[in-house]
Design a protein around this ligand. Structure first.
Ligand code: ATP
Ligand code: MG
Length: 363
Protein backbone atom coordinates (compact mmCIF):
# COMPACT_ATOMS: atom_id res chain seq x y z
CA UNK A 1 0.00 0.00 0.00
CA UNK A 2 1.45 3.42 -0.89
CA UNK A 3 2.25 5.71 2.02
CA UNK A 4 0.41 8.98 1.61
CA UNK A 5 0.24 12.11 3.75
CA UNK A 6 -2.55 14.64 3.91
CA UNK A 7 -2.75 17.57 6.25
CA UNK A 8 -3.47 21.27 6.08
CA UNK A 9 -4.41 24.56 7.64
CA UNK A 10 -7.30 26.96 7.64
CA UNK A 11 -6.52 30.28 5.92
CA UNK A 12 -7.91 32.33 8.80
CA UNK A 13 -4.62 34.13 9.41
CA UNK A 14 -0.92 33.74 8.84
CA UNK A 15 0.65 30.67 10.46
CA UNK A 16 2.20 30.90 13.91
CA UNK A 17 4.95 29.16 15.84
CA UNK A 18 2.35 26.73 17.27
CA UNK A 19 1.75 25.50 13.73
CA UNK A 20 5.48 25.31 13.22
CA UNK A 21 6.25 22.99 16.12
CA UNK A 22 2.88 21.22 16.10
CA UNK A 23 2.82 20.38 12.44
CA UNK A 24 4.87 22.32 9.85
CA UNK A 25 8.31 21.29 11.03
CA UNK A 26 7.28 17.63 11.05
CA UNK A 27 5.75 17.91 7.59
CA UNK A 28 8.98 19.19 6.13
CA UNK A 29 10.88 16.33 7.79
CA UNK A 30 8.36 13.80 6.43
CA UNK A 31 8.57 15.36 2.97
CA UNK A 32 12.36 15.09 3.04
CA UNK A 33 12.45 11.59 4.57
CA UNK A 34 11.76 9.88 1.27
CA UNK A 35 9.51 7.40 3.09
CA UNK A 36 6.24 8.72 1.62
CA UNK A 37 5.02 8.14 -1.90
CA UNK A 38 2.92 11.30 -1.90
CA UNK A 39 2.48 14.34 0.30
CA UNK A 40 -0.62 16.53 -0.04
CA UNK A 41 -0.85 19.78 1.92
CA UNK A 42 -4.16 21.55 1.76
CA UNK A 43 -5.20 25.13 2.42
CA UNK A 44 -8.64 24.48 3.90
CA UNK A 45 -10.51 27.56 2.69
CA UNK A 46 -13.90 25.83 2.51
CA UNK A 47 -13.48 24.76 6.13
CA UNK A 48 -12.42 28.29 7.12
CA UNK A 49 -15.67 29.57 5.62
CA UNK A 50 -17.71 27.34 7.95
CA UNK A 51 -17.12 29.85 10.76
CA UNK A 52 -16.26 32.84 8.58
CA UNK A 53 -19.17 32.90 6.16
CA UNK A 54 -19.46 36.67 6.58
CA UNK A 55 -15.75 37.21 6.03
CA UNK A 56 -14.87 35.79 2.62
CA UNK A 57 -12.28 38.52 2.09
CA UNK A 58 -10.39 37.41 5.20
CA UNK A 59 -10.19 33.86 3.88
CA UNK A 60 -9.22 35.02 0.39
CA UNK A 61 -6.42 37.27 1.67
CA UNK A 62 -4.97 34.58 3.88
CA UNK A 63 -4.54 31.97 1.14
CA UNK A 64 -1.32 33.64 0.01
CA UNK A 65 -0.16 34.15 3.62
CA UNK A 66 -0.45 30.45 4.37
CA UNK A 67 1.16 29.50 1.05
CA UNK A 68 4.11 31.83 1.75
CA UNK A 69 4.46 30.34 5.21
CA UNK A 70 4.53 26.83 3.71
CA UNK A 71 7.21 27.67 1.19
CA UNK A 72 9.31 29.62 3.67
CA UNK A 73 9.29 26.69 6.12
CA UNK A 74 10.68 24.38 3.44
CA UNK A 75 7.69 22.69 1.86
CA UNK A 76 8.90 22.04 -1.66
CA UNK A 77 6.35 22.05 -4.50
CA UNK A 78 8.46 19.61 -6.52
CA UNK A 79 7.98 17.02 -3.78
CA UNK A 80 4.72 18.09 -2.13
CA UNK A 81 1.37 18.84 -3.73
CA UNK A 82 0.04 22.13 -2.38
CA UNK A 83 -3.68 22.53 -3.00
CA UNK A 84 -6.68 24.70 -2.21
CA UNK A 85 -9.66 22.78 -0.82
CA UNK A 86 -12.45 24.69 -2.60
CA UNK A 87 -10.92 23.90 -5.99
CA UNK A 88 -11.66 20.20 -5.55
CA UNK A 89 -15.47 19.88 -5.86
CA UNK A 90 -15.18 16.09 -5.45
CA UNK A 91 -14.60 16.75 -1.73
CA UNK A 92 -18.14 18.14 -1.39
CA UNK A 93 -19.62 15.09 -3.06
CA UNK A 94 -17.74 12.76 -0.76
CA UNK A 95 -18.87 14.73 2.30
CA UNK A 96 -22.46 14.51 1.14
CA UNK A 97 -22.35 10.72 1.04
CA UNK A 98 -20.38 10.38 4.29
CA UNK A 99 -23.05 12.45 6.09
CA UNK A 100 -25.32 9.43 5.90
CA UNK A 101 -22.86 7.41 7.97
CA UNK A 102 -22.60 9.76 10.98
CA UNK A 103 -25.18 10.61 13.64
CA UNK A 104 -25.85 14.05 15.07
CA UNK A 105 -25.11 12.79 18.58
CA UNK A 106 -21.74 11.46 17.44
CA UNK A 107 -20.83 14.92 16.12
CA UNK A 108 -22.04 16.50 19.34
CA UNK A 109 -19.61 14.35 21.31
CA UNK A 110 -16.54 15.63 19.43
CA UNK A 111 -14.52 17.40 22.16
CA UNK A 112 -12.67 19.75 19.79
CA UNK A 113 -15.87 20.89 18.08
CA UNK A 114 -17.44 21.33 21.54
CA UNK A 115 -14.69 23.65 22.75
CA UNK A 116 -14.53 25.51 19.44
CA UNK A 117 -18.30 26.15 19.61
CA UNK A 118 -17.82 27.62 23.08
CA UNK A 119 -14.84 29.70 21.98
CA UNK A 120 -16.86 31.24 19.14
CA UNK A 121 -20.02 31.79 21.22
CA UNK A 122 -21.89 29.62 18.75
CA UNK A 123 -23.93 27.74 21.40
CA UNK A 124 -27.33 28.84 20.13
CA UNK A 125 -26.46 29.41 16.50
CA UNK A 126 -24.00 26.85 15.18
CA UNK A 127 -23.78 26.97 11.40
CA UNK A 128 -24.57 23.48 10.07
CA UNK A 129 -21.40 23.62 7.97
CA UNK A 130 -19.28 24.22 11.06
CA UNK A 131 -21.01 21.49 13.03
CA UNK A 132 -20.31 18.98 10.26
CA UNK A 133 -16.73 19.97 9.46
CA UNK A 134 -15.35 16.72 10.92
CA UNK A 135 -17.20 14.95 8.09
CA UNK A 136 -15.74 17.23 5.46
CA UNK A 137 -12.32 16.59 7.00
CA UNK A 138 -12.96 12.86 6.54
CA UNK A 139 -13.64 13.59 2.87
CA UNK A 140 -10.33 15.48 2.58
CA UNK A 141 -8.34 12.70 4.20
CA UNK A 142 -9.92 9.81 2.30
CA UNK A 143 -10.06 11.58 -1.09
CA UNK A 144 -6.29 11.44 -1.28
CA UNK A 145 -6.04 7.96 0.20
CA UNK A 146 -4.03 9.32 3.12
CA UNK A 147 -2.44 6.73 5.37
CA UNK A 148 -0.86 9.32 7.67
CA UNK A 149 -2.22 12.62 8.95
CA UNK A 150 0.37 14.71 10.82
CA UNK A 151 -1.51 17.09 13.14
CA UNK A 152 -1.54 18.82 16.50
CA UNK A 153 -3.34 17.19 19.41
CA UNK A 154 -6.58 19.14 18.88
CA UNK A 155 -7.12 17.32 15.59
CA UNK A 156 -7.08 13.77 17.04
CA UNK A 157 -10.89 13.60 17.33
CA UNK A 158 -11.14 14.47 13.61
CA UNK A 159 -8.86 11.63 12.60
CA UNK A 160 -10.80 9.28 14.88
CA UNK A 161 -14.06 10.40 13.24
CA UNK A 162 -12.52 9.71 9.83
CA UNK A 163 -11.47 6.22 10.88
CA UNK A 164 -15.04 5.49 12.00
CA UNK A 165 -16.46 6.71 8.70
CA UNK A 166 -13.97 4.58 6.76
CA UNK A 167 -14.83 1.47 8.77
CA UNK A 168 -18.55 2.10 8.38
CA UNK A 169 -18.24 2.80 4.64
CA UNK A 170 -16.14 -0.28 4.01
CA UNK A 171 -18.44 -2.53 6.03
CA UNK A 172 -21.58 -1.29 4.24
CA UNK A 173 -20.28 -0.89 0.69
CA UNK A 174 -17.19 -3.10 0.58
CA UNK A 175 -13.50 -2.33 0.97
CA UNK A 176 -12.96 1.04 -0.73
CA UNK A 177 -11.42 3.62 1.59
CA UNK A 178 -8.11 3.69 3.44
CA UNK A 179 -8.09 4.04 7.23
CA UNK A 180 -5.65 6.81 8.20
CA UNK A 181 -3.49 7.21 11.27
CA UNK A 182 -2.74 10.45 13.08
CA UNK A 183 0.88 11.37 13.59
CA UNK A 184 1.58 13.61 16.58
CA UNK A 185 4.79 15.54 17.25
CA UNK A 186 7.16 13.55 19.48
CA UNK A 187 7.92 16.47 21.81
CA UNK A 188 5.15 16.94 24.38
CA UNK A 189 5.48 20.73 24.44
CA UNK A 190 4.70 20.78 20.71
CA UNK A 191 1.35 19.01 20.96
CA UNK A 192 -0.48 22.18 21.84
CA UNK A 193 1.70 25.24 22.17
CA UNK A 194 0.07 27.79 24.52
CA UNK A 195 -0.57 31.42 23.58
CA UNK A 196 1.69 34.29 24.66
CA UNK A 197 -1.16 35.20 27.03
CA UNK A 198 -0.82 31.82 28.79
CA UNK A 199 -4.08 30.49 27.30
CA UNK A 200 -4.11 26.79 26.61
CA UNK A 201 -3.60 27.05 22.83
CA UNK A 202 -1.94 29.52 20.54
CA UNK A 203 -4.63 30.09 17.93
CA UNK A 204 -5.22 32.54 15.10
CA UNK A 205 -8.73 33.06 16.40
CA UNK A 206 -7.51 34.02 19.90
CA UNK A 207 -5.06 36.74 18.92
CA UNK A 208 -2.29 35.34 21.11
CA UNK A 209 0.22 34.31 18.46
CA UNK A 210 3.78 34.77 17.39
CA UNK A 211 3.52 34.58 13.61
CA UNK A 212 6.14 33.13 11.31
CA UNK A 213 5.80 36.36 9.31
CA UNK A 214 6.34 38.68 12.31
CA UNK A 215 9.39 40.94 12.13
CA UNK A 216 12.25 40.38 14.57
CA UNK A 217 11.08 43.49 16.46
CA UNK A 218 7.47 42.19 16.68
CA UNK A 219 8.74 38.88 18.03
CA UNK A 220 10.97 40.58 20.58
CA UNK A 221 8.09 42.74 21.85
CA UNK A 222 5.73 39.77 22.07
CA UNK A 223 8.28 37.66 23.94
CA UNK A 224 9.05 40.46 26.38
CA UNK A 225 5.31 40.90 27.08
CA UNK A 226 4.66 37.18 27.58
CA UNK A 227 2.65 35.81 30.45
CA UNK A 228 4.88 33.99 32.98
CA UNK A 229 4.37 32.84 36.56
CA UNK A 230 2.16 35.59 38.07
CA UNK A 231 3.59 34.91 41.55
CA UNK A 232 7.18 35.40 40.42
CA UNK A 233 7.25 39.09 41.29
CA UNK A 234 10.85 39.62 42.37
CA UNK A 235 13.95 38.05 40.89
CA UNK A 236 14.62 36.34 44.23
CA UNK A 237 11.14 34.71 44.36
CA UNK A 238 10.94 31.01 43.53
CA UNK A 239 9.17 30.56 40.18
CA UNK A 240 7.01 27.92 38.54
CA UNK A 241 7.98 26.37 35.24
CA UNK A 242 4.88 24.16 34.80
CA UNK A 243 2.21 26.04 32.91
CA UNK A 244 4.65 28.90 32.33
CA UNK A 245 4.55 29.46 28.55
CA UNK A 246 8.08 30.88 28.42
CA UNK A 247 9.41 27.51 29.55
CA UNK A 248 6.97 25.57 27.36
CA UNK A 249 8.33 27.48 24.33
CA UNK A 250 11.87 26.67 25.46
CA UNK A 251 10.87 23.00 25.73
CA UNK A 252 9.60 23.21 22.16
CA UNK A 253 12.39 25.21 20.52
CA UNK A 254 15.57 25.10 22.58
CA UNK A 255 18.50 22.76 21.93
CA UNK A 256 21.42 22.24 24.33
CA UNK A 257 23.96 23.81 21.98
CA UNK A 258 22.05 27.10 22.11
CA UNK A 259 23.12 27.51 25.74
CA UNK A 260 26.79 27.48 24.79
CA UNK A 261 26.08 30.19 22.29
CA UNK A 262 23.60 32.47 24.09
CA UNK A 263 23.59 31.61 27.80
CA UNK A 264 26.81 29.79 28.69
CA UNK A 265 26.21 29.97 32.47
CA UNK A 266 23.86 27.03 32.02
CA UNK A 267 24.59 23.71 30.33
CA UNK A 268 21.01 22.92 29.44
CA UNK A 269 17.35 23.69 30.03
CA UNK A 270 17.19 21.54 33.15
CA UNK A 271 19.75 23.79 34.88
CA UNK A 272 17.89 26.93 33.82
CA UNK A 273 14.59 25.52 35.10
CA UNK A 274 16.18 24.48 38.41
CA UNK A 275 17.50 28.01 38.96
CA UNK A 276 14.12 29.58 38.13
CA UNK A 277 12.35 27.16 40.47
CA UNK A 278 14.60 27.85 43.45
CA UNK A 279 14.54 31.64 42.88
CA UNK A 280 17.15 34.19 41.84
CA UNK A 281 16.50 34.12 38.09
CA UNK A 282 14.54 36.98 36.54
CA UNK A 283 11.93 36.69 33.78
CA UNK A 284 13.68 39.26 31.61
CA UNK A 285 16.81 37.16 31.36
CA UNK A 286 14.85 34.04 30.41
CA UNK A 287 12.77 35.96 27.88
CA UNK A 288 15.86 37.45 26.23
CA UNK A 289 17.22 33.94 25.84
CA UNK A 290 13.90 32.67 24.46
CA UNK A 291 13.91 35.49 21.92
CA UNK A 292 17.32 34.37 20.62
CA UNK A 293 16.21 30.75 20.56
CA UNK A 294 13.11 31.66 18.51
CA UNK A 295 15.19 33.77 16.15
CA UNK A 296 17.33 30.72 15.30
CA UNK A 297 14.24 29.17 13.74
CA UNK A 298 12.58 32.33 12.47
CA UNK A 299 15.49 34.15 10.78
CA UNK A 300 15.94 31.65 7.92
CA UNK A 301 12.15 31.30 7.53
CA UNK A 302 11.85 35.09 7.22
CA UNK A 303 14.65 35.20 4.64
CA UNK A 304 13.02 32.56 2.43
CA UNK A 305 9.68 34.35 2.74
CA UNK A 306 11.26 37.60 1.48
CA UNK A 307 12.39 35.74 -1.65
CA UNK A 308 9.00 34.19 -2.40
CA UNK A 309 7.29 37.54 -1.76
CA UNK A 310 9.11 38.82 -4.86
CA UNK A 311 7.18 36.40 -7.07
CA UNK A 312 3.59 36.14 -5.89
CA UNK A 313 2.17 35.07 -9.29
CA UNK A 314 4.49 32.05 -9.17
CA UNK A 315 3.05 31.09 -5.78
CA UNK A 316 -0.50 31.17 -7.17
CA UNK A 317 0.69 29.08 -10.12
CA UNK A 318 2.08 26.47 -7.69
CA UNK A 319 -1.31 26.33 -5.95
CA UNK A 320 -3.14 26.04 -9.26
CA UNK A 321 -0.95 23.20 -10.53
CA UNK A 322 -1.17 21.44 -7.17
CA UNK A 323 -4.96 21.77 -7.06
CA UNK A 324 -5.25 20.33 -10.57
CA UNK A 325 -3.09 17.34 -9.73
CA UNK A 326 -4.93 16.78 -6.44
CA UNK A 327 -8.27 16.91 -8.23
CA UNK A 328 -7.30 13.96 -10.40
CA UNK A 329 -6.62 11.85 -7.32
CA UNK A 330 -9.85 12.92 -5.63
CA UNK A 331 -11.86 12.19 -8.79
CA UNK A 332 -10.48 8.65 -8.85
CA UNK A 333 -11.54 8.12 -5.22
CA UNK A 334 -14.99 9.53 -5.95
CA UNK A 335 -15.37 7.10 -8.87
CA UNK A 336 -14.49 4.22 -6.55
CA UNK A 337 -16.92 5.49 -3.91
CA UNK A 338 -19.77 5.84 -6.39
CA UNK A 339 -19.11 2.40 -7.82
CA UNK A 340 -19.13 0.91 -4.31
CA UNK A 341 -22.37 2.73 -3.50
CA UNK A 342 -23.89 1.55 -6.78
CA UNK A 343 -24.59 5.04 -8.06
CA UNK A 344 -22.42 4.70 -11.15
CA UNK A 345 -25.43 3.86 -13.34
CA UNK A 346 -23.97 4.72 -16.71
CA UNK A 347 -20.75 2.77 -16.25
CA UNK A 348 -22.64 -0.23 -14.89
CA UNK A 349 -23.28 -2.25 -18.05
CA UNK A 350 -24.44 -5.26 -16.05
CA UNK A 351 -27.18 -3.12 -14.52
CA UNK A 352 -28.41 -1.89 -17.88
CA UNK A 353 -28.41 -5.41 -19.30
CA UNK A 354 -30.19 -6.77 -16.23
CA UNK A 355 -32.93 -4.10 -16.42
CA UNK A 356 -33.31 -4.64 -20.14
CA UNK A 357 -33.78 -8.37 -19.53
CA UNK A 358 -36.35 -7.73 -16.82
CA UNK A 359 -38.55 -5.84 -19.24
CA UNK A 360 -37.92 -7.96 -22.33
CA UNK A 361 -37.25 -11.42 -20.83
CA UNK A 362 -37.70 -13.26 -24.11
CA UNK A 363 -34.58 -11.81 -25.74
P1 ATP B 1 -8.18 28.60 13.94
O1 ATP B 1 -8.15 29.42 15.18
O2 ATP B 1 -8.69 29.34 12.72
O3 ATP B 1 -8.81 27.24 14.11
P2 ATP B 1 -5.61 27.44 14.38
O4 ATP B 1 -4.55 28.34 14.87
O5 ATP B 1 -6.28 26.49 15.33
O6 ATP B 1 -6.65 28.34 13.60
P3 ATP B 1 -5.67 25.44 12.30
O7 ATP B 1 -5.54 25.86 10.88
O8 ATP B 1 -7.01 25.09 12.85
O9 ATP B 1 -5.00 26.58 13.19
O10 ATP B 1 -4.70 24.20 12.60
C1 ATP B 1 -3.75 23.71 11.65
C2 ATP B 1 -2.84 22.66 12.26
O11 ATP B 1 -1.97 23.23 13.22
C3 ATP B 1 -3.57 21.52 12.98
O12 ATP B 1 -2.87 20.32 12.73
C4 ATP B 1 -3.45 21.90 14.42
O13 ATP B 1 -3.49 20.75 15.25
C5 ATP B 1 -2.08 22.56 14.47
N1 ATP B 1 -2.03 23.57 15.53
C6 ATP B 1 -2.77 24.70 15.59
N2 ATP B 1 -2.49 25.40 16.70
C7 ATP B 1 -1.53 24.70 17.37
C8 ATP B 1 -0.80 24.90 18.59
N3 ATP B 1 -1.02 25.95 19.35
N4 ATP B 1 0.12 23.96 18.97
C9 ATP B 1 0.34 22.87 18.20
N5 ATP B 1 -0.30 22.63 17.03
C10 ATP B 1 -1.22 23.52 16.62
MG1 MG C 1 -8.06 25.28 14.61
Amino acid sequence: MPKIILTGDRPTGPLHVGHYVGSLKGRVELQNSGVYDKVFIMIADAQALTDNAEHPEKVRQNIIEVALDYLSCGLDPSRTTLLIQSQIPELCELSFYYMNLVTVSRLQRNPTVKSEIQMRNFEASIPVGFFTYPISQAADITAFGATTVPVGEDQLPMVEQTREIVRKFNSVYGDTLTEPEALLPGNKACLRLPGIDGKEKMSKSLNNCIYLSDTAEDVRKKVMSMFTDPNHLQVSDPGKVEGNPVFTYLDAFCRDEMFAEYLPEYANLEELKAHYTRGGLGDVKVKKFLNRVLEETLTPVRARRKEWEQDIPAVYEILKKGSEAARETAAQTLDNVKAAMKINYFEDHALIAEQAKKYRPAE
